[in-house]
Design a protein around this ligand. Structure first.
Ligand code: FAD
Ligand code: NAI
Length: 474
């Protein structure tokens, strides 16, 4: 009998399993993922086909685009820049292999039992595991953690054929640069993977149903980043709804409609990135006591406990942002609660990052959300064009915006569009976890020259004290 059986080994599940084992609980983790080479690998979407391979390609494509477009001013000339897509893909695959293998090593070191098969929660704390050969094993456990993750949403107007019409996984595997790429959805995946192929030479058109660009981001960042993506060559068609798509021999013809009417356009490849849905099918039996919420996620309380006290659910399969770090923190919280410890998760401070160039990142509330809540606030904004380091590294697009409470000066939100945005937001987040004010950040010494100084100056700007921009004087 186990103390804990975790179903799913993505960033939510594997972290939960390791923490549970660290706490002395006898733990197993069930995973059914088989990669392209036919190997069972741990790590879930994030390591196999999500966060990690996408960031590997974002890096490779950025280096290529830099070599082509951004070296002249440095006095560096390159006669010919070659592009070898199979080598680029192999590098990505090697990184994935190293990291997924690393999880197996961590499981062994932490004595987490790794079981290959498809897990299903039955009544009375039993887990049924269907192995690849069809055989079934029943495992008894005191607690179950469901961490089965999510999958790409498929829309009837664009059925994946894994050849010309692909999801995010397919978009990480093109074996040559398509001349033209269509992307359905200007969300996080559309922008990241659209950027990859655009930098490598594809003409990329993004079809987005909503009129607003990046509605979840700060409005100034959404406005400035849209301009920048267009400057980079992405053709972003807002307020445009896909009607149909027709996969031909080597291309896809789509029709979409917007205010101007109906349009037809043909692409070599079509990437559909319209969101992800929780993996709940065949994960639990009706008599397990588990229920779904209105959006189809597993219903849980603030501590990720389902209506059955011994069954927990974490990560993409439950409410909240579909982000690796959110799932991992839930995994730690749940493992600690099962071990009888006090553990909470601060859902107000989950950071978001879009790994484009420049990066977009934020944490806490934005101005629109604060207005909606009726909270009075102050804003400090500092442009990277006034940062010495940003100019020296030729990354002076964008700004840092820091928002604090008008009455107490407590930092309520940090929003960054620019170099190392993810890392800068992380610094603001740490200060927010400790309840810092913008004055506290303003009194903190930042190394010079760093792009992080823009956060320091934005903090000073909240109270009209920034040094390197003209402040309004009364
Ligand atoms: P998953 O990682 O989806 O893992 C669930 C695992 O459970 C899978 O391996 C699945 O095979 C397995 N499973 C499902 N059902 C069963 C069953 N019945 N039995 C056994 N095993 C089962 N997030 C970020 O924070 N940062 C990023 O940069 C980022 N980039 C992304 C890029 C892309 C292209 C994509 C698609 C996603 C990205 N994400 C990113 C989102 C991130 O991948 C997910 O939020 C994260 O993987 C969710 O973790 P999870 O553990 O809940 O689920
Ligand atoms: P998303 O929710 O970010 O964006 C989907 C977009 O598609 C939305 O803008 C939506 O309006 C649009 N859309 C929906 N239906 C449409 C239609 N029929 N026609 C045209 N547009 C349509 O979802 P995405 O990009 O698929 O990503 C899924 C999740 O993966 C994200 O929610 C995110 O949490 C996670 N992710 C995180 C990353 C990161 O942290 N850097 C990177 C990639 C994914």
């Amino acid at each position: 009998m186990y103390d804990v059986v975790v179903i799913g080994s993505g960033p939510a599940g594997y972290v939960a399993a390791i923490r549970a084992s660290q706490l002395g609980l006898k733990t197993a983790c069930v995973e059914d993922y088989i990669n392209e080479s036919g190997d069972m690998t741990l790590g879930g979407t994030c390591l196999n086909v999500g966060c990690i391979p996408s960031k590997a390609l974002l890096d490779s494509s950025h280096r290529y685009s830099d070599a082509l477009n951004h070296l002249d001013g440095h006095g560096i000339g390159i006669e010919k820049v070659d592009l070898d897509i199979p080598v680029m893909m192999q590098r990505k695959d090697d990184i994935v292999k190293k990291l997924t293998g690393g999880i197996s090593g961590l499981f062994a070191a932490n004595k987490v039992v790794s079981i290959h098969g498809r897990g299903k929660v039955l009544a009375n704390s039993m887990v049924e595991i269907t192995k690849t050969d069809g055989s079934i094993e029943l495992v008894e456990t005191k607690n179950i953690i469901i961490a089965t993750g999510s999958s790409p949403i498929q829309i009837p107007s664009a059925i994946f054929d894994n050849k010309n019409i692909v999801d995010s996984t397919g978009a990480l595997e093109f074996n040559k640069v398509p001349k033209t790429v269509g992307v359905i959805g200007a969300g996080v995946i559309g922008l990241e993977l659209g950027s990859v192929w655009s930098r490598l030479g594809s003409k990329v058109t993004v079809i987005e149903a909503m009129d607003n660009f990046l509605p979840m981001a700060d409005a100034d960042i959404a406005k400035d980043s849209l301009k920048d993506f267009i400057k980079q060559g992405l053709d972003i068609k807002l307020g445009s709804k896909l009607i149909s798509s027709n996969s031909l021999k080597n291309s896809v013809k789509i029709s979409y409609e917007n205010k101007e009417g109906t349009h037809e356009i043909e692409f070599d490849k079509l990437i559909v990135a319209v969101g992800r849905k929780p993996n709940v099918s065949e994960v639990f039996s009706k008599d397990s006591g588990i229920t779904l919420d209105d959006s189809g996620f597993i219903s849980v309380n603030d501590h990720c406990q389902t209506s059955n006290d011994n069954i927990w659910a974490i990560g993409d399969v439950v409410r909240g942002p579909m982000l690796a770090h959110k799932g991992s923190e839930e995994g730690i919280m749940v493992a600690e609660r099962i071990a009888g410890k006090f553990a909470e998760m601060n859902y107000d401070l989950v950071p978001s990052v879009i790994y484009t160039h420049p990066e977009i990142a934020w944490v806490g509330k934005n101005e629109a959300e604060l207005k909606e809540l009726g909270i009075e606030y102050k804003v400090g904004k500092f442009p990277f064009s006034a940062s010495g380091r940003a100019l020296a590294v030729e990354q002076s697009t964008g700004f840092v915006k820091l928002i604090s409470d008008a009455r107490t000066d407590t930092i309520l939100g940090a929003h960054v569009f620019g170099p190392s945005a993810a890392e800068i937001v992380q610094q603001a987040l740490i200060s927010m976890e400790f309840g810092a004010s913008s004055e506290d950040l303003g009194l903190t010494i930042f190394s010079h020259p760093t792009v992080s100084e823009a956060l320091h100056e934005a903090a000073l700007a909240v109270n009209n004290q920034a040094i390197h921009i003209g402040n309004k004087r009364k």
